[in-house]
Write a protein that binds this ligand. Sequence first.
Ligand code: NAP
Length: 295
Amino acid sequence: MHSNIFVVIMMALFASAQGFMVSSIARNGRQQMSMMARKKKEMPANPVVVVTGASRGIGKAVALALGEAGCKVVINYASSAESANEVADLIKNGPGGEKGGLGFPVKANVGNVEEVQAMFAKVNAEVGPVDILVNNAGITRDMLTMMMKPADFTDVINLNLNGVFFCSQAAFVGSMLNQKRGRIINIASIVGQIGNPGQANYAAAKGGVLGMTKAMAKEFGGRGVCVNAVCPGFIESDMTKDLNKETLLPFIPLKRFGTPEEVAGLVKFLALDPAAAYMTGHSFNVDGGMAIGST
Ligand code: NAP
């Protein structure tokens, strides 16, 4: 009996000592951060941007919008080399080309930490330090929970959640930390806010991205790095091409799917606009009103 009480007291003391250590580490970190200069740093004329999954769909539209604005865009892809090269050509020969806009296709599986680190090392060496990161690469493996294969859960988490962590860490440590500026935009989803039957894996990943966005915004803010999320609803792309639209439109107040360009417009604002320099830790929906509920 006595020994049980002793064990309980020791555990309580250990837990409180741990809590004290964690909070004092956090306090010291905050004090160090607050001593750093927090002057706003302007983006260069031709910022280096990494867009993951930029060979198709939303990522392609983001790459083109940022290329048109004169960015040097790293067009990450997993397997579509030809499409990624086409995006690079469109940037170079498009309206952004004269402003210095360029595209650099780089193959890397964003769900593999070694490939992510190799991609960022290559970008830093051959293109320049990364100013902006758009975490866009994503997949779906939809199935009702009771029938979902474990691999379909973990594959989605690995790319859609772990991949965002791997890329953000590499961009922050590899360049933004020293440059004391940067912008990270995470393409999440309204499914991370409101859920969706058949998408427990996807909802968990996207909800995780929303939490990670806030944590990183708090960690990176002292270094002048803004971290925000964009939550699309249903957008026309390969990901949604097989969905039965008629059954979904009643749930969308604007009664249509969005376009990749509509998502890209918001990403471009968050990435480049001086007015977005004081926005961090938030998520912004491009969903035709879907997340407010059915009409
Ligand atoms: P998509 O058309 O299917 O394109 C997916 C992109 O991701 C492709 O460029 C693909 O490259 C790349 N990708 C796939 N696996 C990868 C990997 N392991 N490593 C690196 N890149 C990889 O998708 P989308 O509709 O444009 O979606 C883009 C993002 O928006 C995703 O995060 C998605 O979850 C999110 N989103 C989409 C919708 C929608 O309705 N479409 C709604 C909410 C959120 P390859 O061409 O080489 O395969």
